[in-house]
Design a protein around this ligand. Sequence first.
Ligand code: HEC
Length: 256
Amino acid sequence: MNRTIANIIIDIIAAFLFLGMIATGYLLHFPLPPGSNKTLSLWGYTRHQWGEVHFWISLGLLVVLLVHLVLHWNWIVTVIGKRCHLVKTAHPSLVRSGILTASVVILMITLFAWAAQISVKETARPMRGRHWGQISQINESLVTAPVQSSISQENVEFWQDVYPIFENYCLSCHGPQKHLANFRVDRSEDFFGSNGRDPLILPGQSSISPLIAIVSGTRKDMSMAAVHKLSERNIALLKAWIDSGAEWTAKTGVKK
Ligand code: HEC
């Protein structure tokens, strides 16, 4: 095959792979944002599977770029090498400079992969708290499951047991993106009656805290009452937390 045609074909493949990277990157950022893996799918693929597609396209692009470099190696060594004063002779050895460059590139890739591998840390999984176990996946069954006696005021911890409830069942409508009723569950003050509204939580008194009336469905004039109802277990956790003083400790790294 003619050298020019080979170059053109390689460039066209590279362009398509590059566009594929952009397109799948877009899908992973906008239509299937982080956290949507379990709930959304697009053209039959979940976020996780699109991530795989993204990865393999990027690997293909890497290969094509390498082929591109090889096809232009003569030019790269003579023109760029001379301009950067790396090449002194008139006819530098292509093989030697190729091996040298490949070694540097492989070394950098290896160092990067190694640094990434050893830096992976386990993060605290809010849904896998002491009381939750693996239950998060089968939350529906909790609606009817008896409330376990393990819930007591002493071992309810806000970030582990309480905030995940708000995060899972409220944040989509009352968070940074949508804040219906101008109420946000990621702002503690919205619960405790600053901002000129009545408090939703009366620390130590879950039985008269409006929040409990909302999530247990006893408040009569609540709009979208069904959306606001929580499982027995989650209500019990909220009650235990309120009765233990409703402490909302500051936490760094929580989106405001
Ligand atoms: C599907 C969307 C949606 C979800 C999820 C949701 N809400 Fe709401 N919430 C609404 C709507 C709609 C209103 C009424 C807005 C209005 O009246 O302007 C509302 C109003 C409220 C209000 C204000 C009530 C008042 O006094 O007017 C509170 C407090 C509230 N929600 C708490 C929660 C909590 C706590 C959760 C999680 C358990 C939650 N919401 C989940 C849609 C939602």
